[in-house]
Write a protein that binds this ligand. Structure first.
Ligand SMILES: Nc1ncnc2c1ncn2[C@@H]1O[C@H](COP(=O)(O)OP(=O)(O)OP(=O)(O)O)[C@@H](O)[C@H]1O
Ligand SMILES: [Mg+2]
Length: 365
């Protein structure tokens, strides 16, 4: 599966742009602010119906414009699939394939698996646990449609539960029956999230170590551990045991919405002592491992979006990274870089079918 053609209309700093893409390697070079990342984000949006940046749809509409539209022609088993997404603020966003609308987003997510590696991945290490849950959720939602459904259901229940706890606290009353009706619904989605996350970490952790060793030349060892208080079999009891605390704090203190991943380098939290280059290698390895899990589980190569990955890596790591990208079957790749010479050298060593695009102020040539 690959993206053969991409068309952007009023998307971020692009007015109107169509691109014919290589099925293997696509490189985008240009100055800061030219629109390289925006292009990768357009591909990301086509695959997952949301921006990688976490911006709301409204912010993706080109300034002074009314709407944006993205069109992608994917090719799977030789058959073309035309996907169109239109967004007009205040209206539902339209998503269709070969002219047929998708009613539910959960039916669409995972059709076009994608992994993006970006400078803001640093938040996976530096920010709170929410970012790391999102890492698990983003992968698992693309693999199992029911995962996303259960995640949405679980989050809605927790939101209701928190609102209820807050009301109880403020009004100094307590209604056990009301709370129980929510608590009865929680174990099923909670157990599914927990099981899938545990399975994911078990699968991704050894790949992560392997990729890190390949990029760093085995200089440091890395690890990751699923950090959860939850036991799938005893969830209902654990939830009940947390009730006193929940009432005092007026929110749900227990459950998979509190899960985390411990990220380690040489046995220590990576956040505390990794250098910038080590951190960059660490995050790259994490993303490539995520990619590999997706590839295995879906049985097809996801799109790989590599934004600014060579920045901050020393020459040795750049070379090792390129060798890694060459030696594995990574499917269709999109890379951005500000340095054209570096891109040209890399592509020459790639030898494969590639295209180089020059990006300048929202225009691609
Ligand atoms: N909704 C929008 N409407 C118009 N322009 C926008 C919008 N959103 C972002 N931009 C512009 O897009 C440009 C950023 O593009 P992008 O992040 O893709 O640059 P880049 O080529 O990746 O740069 P760098 O090398 O610094 O990473 C900025 O100039 C920004 O102002
Ligand atoms: Mg950029």
């Amino acid at each position: 599966m690959h993206l053969a053609r991409l068309k952007l209309t009023q998307f971020k700093n692009y007015e109107q742009q169509a691109l014919d893409l290589s099925s293997r390697l696509n490189c985008f070079t240009g100055l800061n602010g030219a629109g390289k990342t925006n292009l990768l984000d357009a591909v990301h949006y086509l695959c997952l119906c949301k921006s990688h940046t976490g911006l709301t749809d409204r912010n993706l509409v080109r300034h002074e414009s009314e709407f944006f539209r993205l069109e992608g022609r994917f090719v799977r088993d030789e058959a073309p699939e035309k996907v169109v997404i239109k967004f007009l603020p205040g209206q539902r966003k339209d998503l269709e394939r070969n002219g047929t609308p998708f009613e539910r987003l959960t039916d669409y997510i995972g059709q076009y698996p994608v992994v993006m590696v970006a400078p803001d991945d640093i938040s996976l290490v530096q920010e709170g646990s929410e970012e790391r849950r999102r890492f698990m959720d983003a992968t698992l939602s693309q693999i199992f449609p029911e995962y996303l459904q259960h995640l949405v259901a679980y989050n809605a229940l927790i939101k209701q539960r928190n609102a209820l706890l807050k009301t109880f606290g403020e009004e100094r009353r307590f209604d056990a029956i009301l709370l129980e009706s929510l608590d009865r619904q929680l174990p099923a989605p909670a157990a599914l999230l927990h099981d899938k996350r545990a399975g994911f970490i078990a699968e991704v952790a050894p790949l992560f170590q392997e990729f890190y060793a390949a990029i760093s030349g085995s200089r440091e060892t890395v690890g990751m551990v699923y950090d959860t208080q939850m036991s799938a079999s005893a969830f209902a009891e654990q939830l009940a045991a947390a009730l006193e605390k929940d009432r005092v704090l007026q929110r749900s203190t227990f459950g998979p919405h509190r899960d985390d991943i411990q990220l380690l380098m040489d046995g220590q939290p990576v956040k505390k002592f990794a250098s910038q280059g080590q951190l960059k290698s660490f995050l790259l390895a994490l993303r490539l491992a995520q990619y590999e899990v997706l590839r295995r589980e879906k049985g097809l190569a996801p799109l790989l979006l590599l934004d600014d990955i060579f920045d901050k890596l020393d020459a040795l790591r750049v070379r090792q990274l390129i060798e890694l990208l060459l030696s594995r079957d990574f499917g269709q790749i999109f890379i951005t870089d500000t340095q054209r010479e570096r891109m040209e050298a890399i592509m020459a060593s790639f030898g494969a079918d590639y295209r180089l695009f020059e990006v300048e102020q929202g225009r691609v040539s």
